[in-house]
Every structure is written in C-alpha cells, then in structure tokens.
Design a protein around this ligand. Structure first.
Ligand SMILES: [Zn+2]
Length: 139
C-alpha cells in the first residue's frame, strides 16, 4: 500500500489520488472530452497559453510560470523539502530540478512520510489553484 493512503488527511489524499489516476481535471485530461477532441500536444496550459505549453501533471507541479500562486507554492515546497532530515530526494531539490519528469516520479512515489505529507499538501494546493481558473481549449 502506498504511504499516502495512511499519512494524508482526506482532502489531500483525494487530490493526490486524483493526480495519480489521471482524473485531475488538467488540460491534458479535459481536452480529451472536447468535441472534436483536442490533440494531446495542443491541450495548452490555462495559465501560460501564449507559450503553447501542454497542461499536464509535471507542467502544473514543476514547470508552470504562468501563475504567481503556483510559483509561490513551488518555492515553499522547495524550502520544505530541503529541510527534511530523512528525505534523500528532497535534498538538493531546486526550482530547476522540479522541472524534470524523473524527479516527480521519485517524489510522487516516495514512501517517506515527511515527503508524502509535503507532496500531498502541495498537490492539493496546486490543483485547487488550477481549478479556480476554467480551462478552455485554444482556437
Ligand atoms: Zn503553465
């Protein structure tokens, strides 16, 4: 069993599960339901649409610079990860390393309770910020 099921409070657990299962309400998912369907490479981020960047999990969690709120959450996460004693993967995390898919694979799959707590809260907050602005397909 993944540690998030035991460690996280219900709201964070729900958000984390949604992210892992792909039912997160991000553009990469929502574009599939449009008619006609939007090609995956054209499901742009709601915050930085002019840059034509695909809104997927790693973009919102680690790469999006189109939202001040997301950026501030990311800065807070970096600081918190770096002061965790037990988190080998947290040490050395920077805003730059968080842009890479393998780093997120490690963070999202971590079983270390301290990391799970931080990531669960972070995912919850990022999805909340993202969902506050409606996603629309680009034309
Ligand atoms: Zn973005």
């Amino acid at each position: 069993m993944h540690a998030y099921l035991e460690v996280l409070p219900p709201a964070h657990r729900y958000a984390f599960a949604r992210l892992r299962l792909g039912g997160h309400g991000l553009g990469i998912e929502l574009g599939r339901y449009e008619s006609p369907q939007i090609p995956p490479e054209a499901r742009y981020c709601r915050f930085c649409r002019s840059s034509r960047l695909v809104e997927d999990e790693v973009h919102i969690l680690g790469q999006c610079y189109g939202s001040v709120e997301l950026f501030e959450e990311r800065e807070e996460l970096v600081t918190a990860l770096n002061v965790l004693d037990s988190a080998e993967i947290g040490r050395g995390c920077t805003l730059t390393t968080l842009q890479f898919v393998p780093v997120w694979d490690s963070l999202l799959n971590s079983q270390a309770p301290g990391v799970v707590e931080l990531i669960g809260r972070y995912v919850y907050r990022c999805l909340k910020i993202t969902h506050a602005k409606k996603w629309r397909p680009a034309h």
